[in-house]
Design a binder for this molecule. Structure first.
Ligand code: ATP
Length: 488
């Protein structure tokens, strides 16, 4: 029987997940205890790739822009922070349980997935009407209405197949814990659900100490935690994840110009990293959050469809104003150019490091099949590839390992290098393809005579003979962040 498009997509995601596990990129957390849902660990090559992606983002922000600096705020914050930001009262998702399967779902996602199914069946008007009804009910916070919509539309639980649903309830996504050793004195604090608030509460500290003038930005990379109701699709939706956020503070009235500019800059960043334009799209938010006056997502076409990778939001002065109210500390900036005090407006760019990782993996995963052979390799941009070069003596004898190790010494201070001398050279090439190493450097008997080696290129499998003295320069040229920066 022919596979449906959906099955093919799931098969592709399955292949990527098992590749990620088998070749040291991503494992389920605490796997020996059968894992912990929606929590993952990064392996030997995964951590290198993730670090490279984070470093590239960081350097794009802080080095390419003289008016952006970084911070590293704590995960725990004063609990009032989350009152002021609105998270305590409204960082909720509507959840619903099926009484027969006992499975829990996000009510809005159930409806959206049903609408997508209708659309696939060509029933576009029905799909549109359904999403419009959902938006209306959510806007009015009419949870009973959302349940009626699910039941009346006949949306059934994918596991039990029944429409025996509970009421819809709001579920706050923040994890809480206690600080203080004595129970009576302990107070509830939260694991931050976004890194942005660490930037807002430090706005004046940074502005004064780094002597920043509006417009300026503050960048941060760090962990965030959300008790997601439905955690599926591998590292796309996790309960513990990493965000890379930049808040850009601007003069009130200029925010929409800056919003447009940042949307374009961020899209160019994804393109510069080699993500094909047809796999990326902008999605403007129809329903804006209470604090935003413009918002969009950059979406990537994952095997399970176009989904958000990065959000770009014009957050007005909502956060700083709210912190000023709750903390009773002025959050104003004196603008010497116009001789005025004001609370700056903010443009935010926010991307999940793990989602970017998944994008990168999906994009790199390449299977080539010809009649004679098939080859799987990870076509990472060399600047972010976990290992830059593998040094491979073709035999373990005749002084070749020693010569190869001299080359390792030459390169290891600047590049992540692998040395391997076991198995046939073909098998070793295959292994490097599977982890996405752009260059394999074979050391043979000729190397001992004339100090030349063979470079085998991952994407073309072409080989070239070069002198050892050229290696450092060639690898540096191909893997430099400059190659990405120049295209932004
Ligand atoms: P979604 O609609 O997918 O839940 P969101 O709109 O809640 O995402 P934001 O709050 O805008 O996401 O967070 C900014 C970025 O952080 C997202 O674009 C995404 O890359 C990342 N992110 C958010 N939630 C998660 C998660 N549970 N797991 C991994 N990454 C996440």
């Amino acid at each position: 029987m022919a596979k449906t498009a959906n099955q093919a997509e799931n098969a592709q995601l399955k292949d990527i997940i098992s590749h990620a596990k088998e070749y040291g990129f991503v494992y389920p957390s605490s796997e020996i205890y059968d894992g912990l849902q929606a929590v993952y660990d990064y392996g030997a090559y995964g951590v290198e790739l993730k670090n490279n992606l984070k470093r590239l983002w960081w350097e794009t922000m802080t080095r390419l822009h003289g008016n952006i600096v970084g911070i590293d705020a704590a995960i725990f914050m004063h609990p009032t922070t989350w009152k002021a930001s609105g998270h305590v009262d409204s960082f909720n998702d509507p959840m619903i349980d099926n009484k027969d399967s006992k499975k829990r779902y996000r009510a809005d996602v159930l409806v959206e997935e049903h609408a997508a199914k209708l659309e696939n069946e060509g029933k576009e008007d029905e799909a549109k009407a359904l999403t419009a009804s959902l938006a209306r009910l959510l806007e009015a916070e009419d949870l009973a209405g959302v349940r009626d919509l699910i039941v009346n539309t006949g949306i059934a639980c994918p596991i039990s197949g029944t429409t025996n649903w509970t009421d819809v309830r709001q579920f706050n996504l923040m994890f809480s814990t206690q600080v203080g050793s004595v129970a009576e004195d302990a107070s509830t604090i939260y694991l931050r659900p976004e890194t942005a608030q660490g930037i807002f509460v430090n706005f004046l500290n940074v502005q004064k100490t780094a002597r920043m003038k509006v417009p300026f930005g503050i960048a941060q990379i760090g962990k965030a935690f959300r008790n997601e109701i439905v955690a599926r699709q591998f590292i796309f939706r996790m309960r513990e994840f990493e965000q890379m956020e930049m808040q850009f503070f601007v003069r009130p009235g200029s925010e929409l110009e800056w919003y447009k500019q940042w949307a374009e800059t961020r899209m160019n960043w994804h393109l510069a990293l080699g993500t094909p334009a047809e796999k990326l799209r902008k999605h403007d938010h129809e329903k804006l959050a209470h604090y935003a006056n413009a918002a969009m997502d950059i979406e990537y076409e994952f095997p399970f469809g176009f989904k958000e990778v990065e959000g770009i939001h014009s957050r007005t002065d909502f956060d700083l104003k709210s912190h000023q109210e709750f903390s009773k500390k002025k959050q104003q900036y004196f603008d010497p150019e116009i001789n005025q005090n004001y609370i700056p407006y903010v443009i935010e760019t926010s991307i999940g490091a793990d989602r970017l990782f998944l994008l990168t993996l999906c994009n790199a995963f390449t299977e080539e099949k010809t009649e004679e052979k098939s080859r799987t390799y990870l076509k990472f941009h060399p600047a972010i590839a976990p290992v830059k070069a593998a040094i491979l003596p073709i035999t373990k004898k005749d002084g070749l390992p020693e010569k190869a190790k001299e080359i390792v010494e030459l390169l290891k201070y600047d590049f992540n290098i692998i040395y391997e001398d076991a198995a046939s050279i073909g098998k070793r090439y295959t292994r490097q393809d599977l982890i996405g190493t752009p260059f394999c450097i074979a050391v043979d008997h000729q190397t001992l005579e004339d100090n030349t080696v063979t470079i085998r290129h991952r994407d073309t499998t072409e080989q070239e003979r070069v002198s050892i003295s050229e290696l450092h320069g060639k690898i540096a040229e191909a893997t430099s962040f400059r190659r990405v920066f120049e295209k932004i």
